[in-house]
Design a protein around this ligand. Structure first.
Ligand code: AP5
Length: 236
């Protein structure tokens, strides 16, 4: 973790209090959900559940689910709701989710949101906090096409805004930095369209349920982290 981000989080000083609920990070591709979710989850000692990461793991292991998801992901389309819901249901039933978890990239459609609500109720969780990452479209292309991910540890860099010390190599373990297939410029537009069409309506859905918190996701990572933590602190 970047020293500044660690300081931003520890300054909030309440990790021992636990989370005890579901936190949902929602926002367009490249808004910074994964970057923040990883650190918030670490801060509270709860799992970071990224449906994108789960699918990428299936793809790299060549499972049947991975073979089904890969062409959809590579074209910027969403994976069918029934598959995503089954995968999430299995994951949040594990004991490490009992004290809460951070959902990153899920739900992305209204049927997924309805399915999640039923799962949370079944497991005795109160209403989730939904953090909406608000960011200018202009920034997204730069963040997505500039992203590079460590092949070994999964650490996230950006060649424009968060470059590694040695180009192409991870600061932590020296692993090779790779570009995600769906971060190629020609796939970014269909991903943004899928977001507008299928996920953006969830903003109104969660606002109507009174659980949505807008966060300005522009500016340095540490500043965004402070805003996210403030929202979570107030929502407790
Ligand atoms: P997924 O992996 O969820 O991708 P996404 O939602 O498109 O989000 P990203 O991971 O691209 O962006 P992010 O907001 O996490 O940004 P990040 O922090 O990395 O999904 C991939 C695919 O899987 C989908 O297209 C779909 O096919 C499938 N899928 C997944 N979930 C699904 C679901 N629920 N239903 C159906 N299908 C599903 O940051 C981006 C870059 O910006 C990085 O380089 C980072 O270093 C940099 N950065 C971050 N914050 C800042 C900052 N404040 N300043 C400067 N740079 C920053």
């Amino acid at each position: 973790m970047a020293a500044g981000l660690a300081a931003a989080l520890s300054a909030q000083g309440h990790s021992s209090e636990g989370l005890n609920r579901a936190v949902i990070f929602i926002g367009p591709p490249g808004a910074g959900k994964g970057t923040q979710a990883k650190e918030v989850a670490r801060h509270y000692g709860v799992p970071h559940l990224s449906t994108g990461d789960m699918f990428r793991e299936h793809v790299s292991r060549g499972t049947p689910l991975g073979r089904q998801a890969k062409p959809l992901m590579d074209s910027g389309a969403l994976v069918p709701d029934s598959i995503v819901l089954g995968m999430v249901e299995e994951r949040i039933a594990r004991p490490d989710c009992a004290r809460g978890f951070v959902l990153d990239g899920f739900p992305r459609t209204e049927p997924q949101a309805e399915g999640l609500a039923a799962l949370l109720e079944k497991r005795g969780f109160r209403d989730p906090v939904v953090v909406h990452f608000v960011v200018d479209d202009g920034l997204l292309l730069r963040r997505l096409t500039g992203r590079r991910v460590c092949k070994v540890g999964g650490e996230n860099y950006n060649i424009y805004d968060r470059p590694p010390k040695v180009p192409g190599r991870c600061d932590n373990d020296g692993g090779e930095l790779l570009q995600r297939p769906d971060d190629r410029e020609e796939v970014v537009a269909p991903r943004l369209q899928a977001y507008e069409r299928q996920t953006f309506p969830l903003i109104a859905y969660y606002r109507a349920h009174g659980v949505l918190q807008d966060v300005d996701a522009t500016g340095p990572v540490d500043d965004v982290a402070r805003r996210v933590m403030e929202v979570l602190r107030k929502a407790r």
